[in-house]
Ligand binder design. Structure first.
Ligand code: ADP
Ligand code: ZN
Length: 553
């Protein structure tokens, strides 16, 4: 192992509190430490940030992080500060005091990471200042924003290649994105790496910790409520197709005692920001939202995403469910769809003012989503096949767990064909397959273990249910015996987060609390071995958490 890599391992443990790299991270960190230019395409939640944060600490000099998402920048800076790392950001929402602090650290060359919005980098004074700041690496997050093909195009990204040259000659560049098909990748290489082409790393799009499920709409608000109730006390997002539905559904959920808040572009900005802060900061808030709520949510412990209406296409579906389970722990997703959804989405495509070519592509992408909704086999296989990946049945989707009802449709199909011909092909055909109700309820074919109790009408999964935990494929969730301790640890985390005005996960992640509750460390040395606890956090929070563990023993 090179010296730099062994330092990286040591810092992984002492600063971030992680025992090992996530798949894909180590090879990228190695390449960055070796001075190579790198483009990495990894799904959301796979841990891209560590790929620049760690090298930033191993080597001297300043790492510049370009990100268009101001809320995300702020959260990363806070999380780094909590781990004892000197990081700062420059963007339009900075308080004057914060900017002065950052400038001071920059002058003293004490800052390790500086997050900058692309608009800010386009300013000549910023570039001038950075040319003097010993920048050794430029990490460009959301690198697909440089491509005019995608819908996230940001013109300022086109200047970044030039900016890098002005700051540091052949400044080492690491570009990161979660969404890049071949043409977008080509664009990124051409625009962001004009002189030295990067080494490209593409990770699988599989997110095995996400459970996938679809249901046909029957009584949709009840279906949503049942799903949300099966996740009591957990943070989640419910996506709706319209603002009106957001309002209605969040009211329904709130009436049923769920901490649900609405979010859509029609709300007053102050209300929207307050709701987003509350979702980000507190435990167990359910955000009922249109897709306006999305980019920039950097909350690793979102435990479920429910689509109350069919998303617009497979990419949107994948991105939206991808906001759950970024911490790698099991997370649950459910998508409801009905005939009305399909008609609405088709109409939206036909009535848009896109070119014919674009409409054709949109129709294809919608078709792929319908194929996923009506898939006859493992959903993950179908989803990954869309992204060009082959895989085995996952065992963690509704179809793998509950199977599909199949029937011989030959005669029905013949009748339908003949009806189509006899009516002169004048009518549209919509088909709808029936399948047993899945996510949220036990399969009728399976025996119910005693840990699952009836709730309302019918049997429902409970989070504490062993078979549910097994299904979600974890060892990470604590057993029943530890829930009292876990609640006490959560209460302390909430208190600390409130007094410091940071999101709960900045104090400790869910996984850290779960491990504390199951391993019950009795002293700082043992606590240091727990996931997510590095030196800085041990010093800051160790005593308080050890006290809770001791008194709840
Ligand atoms: P991405 O940018 O790819 O969406 P993030 O960088 O935000 O993902 O990381 C997602 C979550 O994974 C964060 O909570 C982060 O702390 C955690 N994480 C990253 N690397 C590791 C690791 N090696 N071990 C454990 N957790 C990790
Ligand atoms: Zn499956």
């Amino acid at each position: 192992m090179t010296d730099a890599l062994s330092t990286a391992y040591a810092l992984l443990h002492s600063v971030f509190g992680f025992n090992e790299f996530r798949p894909g991270q180590e090879e990228i960190v190695r390449a960055v430490l070796a001075g190579e230019n790198v483009l990495t395409v990894m799904p959301t939640g796979s841990g891209k940030s560590l790929c620049y944060q760690l090298p930033a600490l191993v080597r001297p000099g300043l790492t510049l992080v370009v990100s268009p998402l101001i809320a995300l920048m702020r959260d990363q800076v806070r999380a780094l500060a909590a781990a004892g790392v000197a990081a700062g950001s420059l963007n339009s929402s900075n308080e004057p005091g914060e900017t002065a602090r950052v400038m001071d650290l920059l002058r003293k060359r004490e800052l390790r990471l500086l997050y900058v919005a692309p608009e800010r980098l386009a300013r000549p004074d910023t570039v001038e200042m950075l040319a003097e700041a010993n920048v050794t690496l430029m990490a460009i997050d959301e690198a697909h924003c440089v491509s005019q093909w995608g819908h996230d195009f940001r013109p300022e990204y086109l200047t970044l290649g030039n900016v890098a040259r002005q700051i540091g000659g052949r400044l080492q560049t690491l570009a990161l994105t979660a969404t890049a098909d071949a043409p977008t990748r080509g664009d990124i290489v051409e625009k962001l790496f004009p002189s030295v082409p990067p080494r490209v790393f593409v990770r699988s799009f599989d997110r095995p910790n996400l459970r996938l499920a679809f249901q046909t709409k029957e009584r949709s608000s009840r279906q949503v409520l049942a799903f949300v109730r099966a996740h009591e006390g957990e943070s989640g997002i419910v996506y709706c197709a319209s603002r009106r539905k957001v309002e209605e559904l969040s009211a329904t959920l709130a009436e049923a005692g769920v901490r649900a808040l609405p979010y859509h572009a029609g709300l007053d900005k102050r209300v929207r920001d307050a709701n987003q802060d509350s979702f980000q900061q507190d435990d167990g808030v359910v955000m009922t939202a249109t897709v306006a709520f999305g980019m920039g949510i950097d909350k690793p412990d979102v435990r479920f995403v429910c689509h109350a209406d069919l998303p617009s296409n497979v990419e949107a579906y994948y991105q939206e469910i991808g906001r759950a389970g970024r911490d790698g722990l099991p997370a649950d997703t459910l998508t409801l769809y009905g005939l009305g959804d399909m008609q609405l989405r088709r109409l939206q495509i036909e009535q848009s003012d896109s070119s014919d070519e674009r409409k054709r592509i949109e129709r294809q992408r919608l078709g792929a989503l319908l194929a996923l909704a009506e898939a006859p086999r493992c959903r993950r296989q179908t989803l990954l096949a869309y992204f060009g990946e082959q895989s085995e049945p996952c065992g963690n989707c509704d179809l793998c767990v509950e199977g599909v009802e199949r029937f011989d449709g030959t005669i029905d199909a013949q009748k339908a064909m003949s009806a189509i011909l006899r009516t002169g092909e004048r009518f549209g055909v919509e088909c709808r397959a029936r399948r047993p109700r899945s996510s949220g309820s036990h399969s009728r074919r399976r025996p119910w273990p005693p840990s699952c109790r009836p709730r309302g009408r019918g049997w429902r999964w409970r989070n504490s249910c062993r078979c549910w935990q097994r299904l979600r494929g974890t060892a990470a969730i604590v057993g029943d015996a530890d829930t009292a301790l876990l609640d006490a640890l959560k209460a302390l985390r909430t208190k600390l987060a409130r007094t410091q005005n940071v999101p709960a996960y900045v104090v400790f992640s869910d996984r850290t609390l779960a491990e504390l509750a199951s391993h019950r460390p009795a002293n700082p040395g043992a606590m240091r071995e727990i996931h997510g606890i590095g030196d800085a956090k041990l010093e800051r929070y160790g005593a308080a958490f050890l006290e809770v563990i001791r008194t709840n023993a």
